[in-house]
Ligand binder design. Sequence first.
Ligand SMILES: [Zn+2]
Length: 129
Amino acid sequence: MDFIYEVTTFPAAKYDDQADSISQALEWINKQPAESGWITYMQHELARDMYNQGDSIEKIAGYFDKTEEEIKSWIKAQDESKARIQEIINQRNLPRCQKCGKVIPYGVEFTHAGTDYHTECWRKMTYGQ
Ligand SMILES: [Zn+2]
């Protein structure tokens, strides 16, 4: 059966398998939470900020229309994510400048004779000022 015909005559069409599948898919989509993972993350982050600034769990729960238990679990999850992110950053083992000893944040800027330097540190060391 022609797909357009089937869709445009749904639900009157007798053989409406495709239209029925679409209908079911749309129904399923509409039942899914509207919030993306990013928005959820930002809500948790905002709740964390409100708590840091001294708002009570009760007030935050009221703001988000959630229970106090939910807000407590949001804050806990947020703290755990931050700790994990920090751990990953620490494990990256970033190269250090051999002149000033500080981390070279975006990878090696300059390598001379197998040693890493900030471009600026190497320039000062080589040419003075
Ligand atoms: Zn340096």
